[in-house]
Design a protein around this ligand. Sequence first.
Ligand SMILES: [Zn+2]
Length: 279
Amino acid sequence: MTFSNLTDFTNISPNTSGQRTQPIIYNIPHCTAVSIPAKRIGEIFEKPSRNASCQYGLGNDGLIVGVCPEEWRSWCTSSNWVDQRGITFEISSSNKAPYELDKVAFENWKKLSVDIMRRYGKTRLLYFPDAATAKAYKVKDNEMVIMLHRWFVSKACPGDWLVQRLPEAVAEINARVQEIAPVQAPEGEEYTIKSGDTLTKIGIMYGFTADELAAYNGLSDKNKIRAEKTIKIPPRNIQPMTASRAIEILQKVKDGQPGGLTVTEINEAFDMAIEKLKS
Ligand SMILES: [Zn+2]
């Protein structure tokens, strides 16, 4: 039975289909819709009548309970398809919308996500705000994708509080994974140029500067790119996602929500934006 070393104790649930039939590619955070300790999460799912379980319960006491081993399929997301492929987390939250997660439980979800990605050789977590895009995305060997319970059943889970924070949380998880385990990025990733694209714009999507993309593709003039041609995206470990991080920071400042950012970070983001405008 596989549980993360971060697990404090286990309370194995009978509510499971047993051995999963699909490889793990999804990270599925849920909110408990009630603020409770890990022990209580374990107790809830140990009842057969509950007909539900999860892989991990993250309590408001900072403890983590293992409920279903990672190799089992949990009953958590109202979909066999997604639970067969996902690690499911029940994270302690407030009992009403937007279901703010208990801070310590939210931090534990990020820690567990990093640990799981490392153990399964994943270097990149992706979040698509659009359900159809997320479900259709062909997940690469080194990737995991966030799935949301609300995409499978009419429910608020995991709550707007988390949903709004997912882009930032995913960036943080990726930064931690890449810092600890700089593994090879996928080779040969390509992008098909669309009308109106610039190398700067494409670079922002992937976390590279226009100059880096031009150099990698042997382009003599970075201002001359043609629609429908493809360009190669460099392996991701050449440069962490600094440009995308800068975009996020500037967006937060623009939205008047710079909470959690340092002045140095904000200055660096502005410097990068100015560099881009000059180039
Ligand atoms: Zn849920």
